[in-house]
Design a protein around this ligand. Structure first.
Ligand code: DX5
Ligand code: ZN
Length: 217
């Protein structure tokens, strides 16, 4: 399986300081940034969009931006996000009927393709689309809010994907922390998103280091 990477989510950080928070996380050992975009429609919450991402890009020119698009019209934001400097565009399977069209658009905009599924969506629904994707995101909470508790019963989805697609990037997102990162990695996840468990720590670098150690053992 591909090597494990840690991608902090800035959702629960001080968003008035998103650039400083991002720099702090990258300096603390983050491998990439997971940026949660919510439109108040696909999920009952609002965050930020491509104008903020564009400004953030100027402050952290090198970071890999993994956009988690919790939006009802994912096709609408592909070009603006590409122009804003996003590296990967992860849309929800539940939000589109044209997976191949949007995937093509994402590639044309120079980004990697991620496809996410909510806890209620069976992993079998993603299978016909895997060849289009660089990464599959298995949500381990209902999307919309940080700080929820991890749904252990999502791990069989990860196990199934890892068994059948040894080289696929598989991401988990929601409620991940030191208590369950081992289980995520053992199931086969190699892109680990963690929000509050890193953001609320007095020493985020220590949490990221401990996460990496526990995952490589
Ligand atoms: C939830 C978001 C997650 C979340 C992660 O809708 O997609 O990225 O913010 O935060 P924690 O780790 O606190 O669940
Ligand atoms: Zn997310």
């Amino acid at each position: 399986a591909p090597t494990c990477k840690i991608g902090p989510s800035v959702l629960n950080a001080d968003l008035s300081q998103i650039a400083a928070e991002s720099v702090r996380l990258l300096d603390s050992g983050a491998d990439y940034l997971h940026l949660d975009v919510m439109d108040g429609h696909f999920v009952p919450n609002l965050t930020f969009g491509h104008p903020v991402v564009k400004c953030l890009r100027t402050k952290v020119p090198e970071a890999f931006f993994d956009m988690h698009m919790m939006v009802s019209k994912p096709e609408q934001w592909v070009e603006p996000m590409g122009q804003a400097g996003a590296n990967q565009y992860t849309f929800h399977l539940e939000a589109t009927r044209d997976v191949s069209g949007i995937s093509r658009k994402i590639k044309e905009a120079g980004m990697k393709v991620g496809i996410a599924i909510k806890p209620g969506t069976p992993v079998s629904e993603i299978v016909p689309h895997i060849d289009l994707a660089d990464m599959i995101l298995i949500m381990t909470v209902e999307p919309g809010f940080g700080g929820q508790s991890f749904k252990t019963d999502m791990l069989p989805k990860v196990e199934f994907l890892r068994k059948n697609y040894p080289e696929l990037d598989i991401e988990v997102d929601g409620g991940v922390g030191l208590a369950n990162i081992d289980a995520c990695a053992e199931a086969g996840a190699n892109m680990i998103v963690a929000g509050t468990s890193i953001i609320t720590a007095s020493d985020p670098g220590k949490v990221i280091r401990t996460m990496k150690e526990s995952v490589f053992n």
